[in-house]
Design a protein around this ligand. Structure first.
Ligand code: NAD
Ligand code: ZN
Length: 256
């Protein structure tokens, strides 16, 4: 897909000192990792993310929640970074300072080669203790299963320090963002002069508030998303295209 990049967008990036990119699940859609909107297909169609990605859901039925996460883990493990992830690695090298904040839990930015990625919502490939004891955090990823048949609580992973159930190392709806990620994201946003929102619906807070924080700090706002979001009207530049087409086009134009 040929994407036209506004001259003003290129000028903003060419003169930027600090660039922050915030990514959401849309950037991984082209890697075959479904967004939440698209994720509830097939076996999982009858559950909403809110029924699976909350502390209450885990307390009620940890086995069901683990089955969903193992299925998603398997999907993520088989996915490959796409042209959008790779273009962000190149963009980082083209500007004086670059920070990447992601809401994604799939690790695809890191696998593409991005460094110092701020993981706002954790990482799906890591396990942690469900009662947050201070024990050593074992990262024992269990085999994935696509079956919805019950396996029983006995097979669920347990914390080697305290015996409580382990849980996926992601931030669930209603949970706090890890302090380190919050601090790193806020510091980056305070310093940025260009903020790029990529593949996120701008509906999930506090991540969705970073763009307005950046605007208050005087940054130009760029949005890359094939569909409009609550951020679209406030953005200085909008590229209504998939990230895998838009980001390589931006990088190519900056190189010219
Ligand atoms: P979302 O599902 O709410 O929104 C996805 C956005 O991506 C939509 O606005 C959609 O228009 C856009 N989009 C779809 N295809 C695109 C493409 N090819 N290029 C660019 N944009 C595209 O996702 P969200 O905003 O990230 O928020 C939902 C939460 O779900 C996040 O907290 C995230 O942690 C979690 N999540 C993560 C993953 C992952 O790690 N890959 C997958 C699903 C959900
Ligand atoms: Zn424990």
């Amino acid at each position: 897909m040929a994407v036209s990049v506004p001259a003003g967008l290129l000028a903003a990036l060419a003169s930027a000192r600090h660039v922050v990119a915030l990514t959401g699940s849309g950037i991984s859609a082209e890697s075959g990792v479904p967004t939440f909107r698209d994720a509830q297909t097939g076996l999982w169609a009858k559950f909403s993310p809110e029924q699976l990605a909350t502390p209450e859901a885990f307390a009620r039925d940890p086995e069901l929640v683990w089955r969903w996460y193992r299925w998603r883990r398997d999907l993520v493990a088989r996915a490959q970074p796409n042209a959008g992830h790779l273009a962000l690695v190149e963009l980082a090298a083209l500007v004086p300072a670059f920070a990447l904040v992601t809401q994604n839990v799939d690790g695809l930015h890191q696998r593409a080669g991005s460094r110092d990625v701020v993981e706002f919502h954790g990482n799906i490939l890591v396990d942690r203790c469900s009662v947050a004891c201070e024990g050593p955090g074992p990262a024992r990823a269990l085999p994935a299963t696509t079956s919805i048949a019950s396996t029983g609580d006995d097979e669920l992973p347990r914390c080697t320090a305290c015996g409580a159930l382990l849980r996926p190392g992601v931030v669930w709806f209603g949970e706090a963002i890890p302090d380190a990620a919050l601090i790193a994201a806020h510091r980056a946003v305070r310093e940025c002069d260009v903020f790029i929102s990529i593949g996120t619906s701008s509906l999930v807070f506090p991540a969705a508030g970073l763009a307005s924080d950046a605007r208050r700090a005087g940054a130009a706002l760029i949005e890359i998303n094939p569909s409009p979001t609550p951020l679209t009207a406030a953005a200085d530049f909008v590229i209504e295209a998939p990230a895998g087409a838009a980001l390589p086009a931006i990088v190519a134009a900056l190189r010219r």
